[in-house]
Design a protein around this ligand. Structure first.
Ligand code: AMP
Ligand code: ZN
Length: 114
């Protein structure tokens, strides 16, 4: 069994305040928020990053985006906009090697990201 930090959160081995949960997905607030709203949406299944997704994981991605839409609505982001980010590899800034989607909102975003 995988023992990465996000797997431990999925398995309740590390306390986590879940802001959303469905069959294959959980979401929680980022510990180091970069915006007024900064949540992480993760599959319960250990997938290293987007680059490791397989065809058979497609139902998980549908749930991820359902979670994002639900949380965005709850946090009043739907009207004003939000950003979804997922990093693959250290060069992109990935520090936790369990697929996660950052949901950022509540402030103006710059482009391109650094
Ligand atoms: P990334 O750098 O794209 O891999 O994103 C990893 C994110 O996980 C960072 O934004 C961290 O702040 C966040 N993070 C790491 N550990 C925890 C934790 N225990 N609870 C919540 N967020 C965390
Ligand atoms: Zn994991």
């Amino acid at each position: 069994m995988e023992q990465c930090i996000f797997c431990k959160m999925v398995n309740n081995e590390i306390p986590v305040h879940k802001i959303y949960e469905s069959e294959n997905v959980i979401a929680f607030n980022d510990i180091n928020p970069q915006a007024p709203v900064h949540c992480l949406i993760i599959p319960k299944k250990h997938i290293v990053s987007a680059d490791f997704l397989k065809e058979e994981d497609s139902h998980i991605l549908i749930e991820v985006f359902k979670a994002i839409k639900t949380i965005a609505k709850e946090r009043n982001l739907s009207e004003n906009g939000y950003r979804i980010v997922t990093n693959h590899g250290e060069r992109a800034g990935q520090s936790v090697f369990h697929l996660h989607f950052h949901l950022l909102g509540g402030r103006n975003m710059k482009w391109p990201p650094g």
